[in-house]
Design a protein around this ligand. Structure first.
Ligand code: UTP
Length: 409
């Protein structure tokens, strides 16, 4: 009983008492499950996040130059050697951020299971592993691969990898961890219910990965293996180089706490976050925060000052991440389609966005660190994100880019 009263008090405090609408009609175990979830769910941030208009307050934005292709070209062999040495010494690991829901792609399976093949199966995960294997071959040492899933896609991801025999990757060096969830709400901040005994939740964004690693205990593995650098990357870019020795070497050579692979933007309003300085520290200004003034600003060379977009492939020095792991990252309020129970208790899968999810983003980790090396890569060789089925950043566009890079599909 006490637990029920505690739940009521908590829900009253945050204006969410509708969560108990069906409580009376639930069987005992389901009652218990709901009370458990209420106890475990943080509802305190919703009001504040909405009041902020969803955006973290911004500091003073100034340009931050990148290490461009020409400079990388001149030092390529030196960087490659430094990177390969670090990989051979076991100091570099890859962290696949695969906890997302992939709603825009509209598949029921985890995104990594999506088959982009035309004449044969070619799964997104397969492409990533093949790219990583190139480095493993070059270095002669397997790069540990950490895979972040969410409670929504964990089992499917793990089973798929087993079924595919890990696409030939050494299973001894694949480690899974599950990220945290956050409640999803309507536009007024009322949490949705996804079942009569469950608040609708979704993965809490890709920014919580290091903390989730620690919570799940796999950070101990990172330490045990003596890993010093973590290359976190998105699941959906099927061309990206992972644990790229030149990128690793350049970041080490420049003594930076982090590195971010960037591409030259194709348009001033392209939907990618742009590298910048914010209050003198490295940061990323999201495309929706780009004002006309920032879009038109020029640097001393007369080029667009915010011209390098991040592709969600970042390198982090592990010891620096430990220093910032207790800092709270800003929350981004993101409009999404959220399945919910309607007034009559029927599950609705909306066709259009109907509310908000609350996410921490990996790009905000960069701002917490003292230094970051923006590292330019050729977009036609390394940037083929799959967000949608067709159109921009889609299965179609990625297939075309694979074709241009000689990858058989
Ligand atoms: P996106 O921001 O594209 O989100 O993720 P998504 O969930 O995959 O797709 P949509 O927006 O629902 O269509 C970029 C990367 O961050 C990971 C994704 O798996 C992808 O690699 N991610 C995103 C997480 O790992 N966890 C999250 O909570 C969100």
């Amino acid at each position: 009983m006490a637990k029920y009263e505690e739940a009521v008090a908590k829900l009253e405090e945050y204006g969410q008492t509708h969560v108990l609408k069906y409580y009376g009609e639930l069987p005992k175990e389901e009652k218990e499950a709901l009370l458990q979830q209420i106890e475990a769910t943080d509802l305190s941030f919703i009001k504040g996040a909405l009041e902020q208009g969803g955006q973290a307050p911004r500091g003073k934005i100034e340009p931050l130059g990148a290490m461009e292709l020409s400079e990388i070209g001149e030092n390529k062999e030196t960087f490659r050697q430094i990177g390969l040495d670090a990989i051979r010494e076991g100091k570099v690991a890859a962290v696949l951020l695969a906890g997302g829901m992939g709603t825009r792609l509209g598949s029921d399976n985890p995104k990594c299971m999506y088959n982009i093949g035309l004449t044969k199966p070619v799964y997104i995960m397969q492409r990533l592993i093949e790219n990583l294997q190139d480095v493993v071959k070059e270095a002669g040492r397997t790069v540990p691969l950490f895979i972040m899933t969410s409670e929504k896609n964990h089992d499917a991801t793990v089973n798929f990898m087993k079924e595919m025999d890990n696409f030939g990757y050494d299973p001894e060096l694949i480690f899974y961890f599950v990220q945290d969830m956050a409640p999803a709400t309507d536009y007024n901040g009322k949490v949705y219910m996804e079942a009569k005994n469950r608040i609708a939740t979704s993965p809490n964004g890709n920014g919580g990965w290091f903390v989730s690693m620690a919570k799940c205990g796999v950070l101990d593995k990172v330490k045990e293996l003596g890993i010093e650098w973590l290359n976190a990357f998105a699941v959906d870019n099927v061309l990206q180089r992972i644990a790229d020795p030149v990128f690793v070497g350049a970041t080490i050579a420049r003594n930076c706490a982090s590195g971010a692979k960037v591409v030259r933007k194709v348009a001033k309003d392209e939907k990618v976050g742009a590298m910048c300085l914010e209050d003198g520290r490295p940061s990323i200004v999201e495309y929706y925060d780009m004002t006309e003034e920032l879009m038109d600003a020029k640097n001393e060379k007369g080029e667009p000052a915010y011209n390098f977009g991040v592709i969600m492939n970042y390198l982090f020095r592990e010891s620096d991440l430990e220093k910032i792991m207790n800092d709270r990252l800003p929350l981004h309020v993101v409009e999404k389609k959220i399945p919910y129970l309607d007034e009559d208790g029927n599950l609705v899968k909306p066709e259009e966005p109907n509310g908000y999810k609350y996410e921490q983003l990996v790009l905000d980790m960069i701002h917490e660190l003292d230094t970051c090396l923006p590292f330019e890569v050729a977009r036609e060789h390394e940037f083929a994100p799959i967000k949608n089925k067709t159109g921009v950043d889609s299965v179609e566009s990625a297939r075309e880019l694979c074709r241009q890079n000689g990858i058989e599909l």
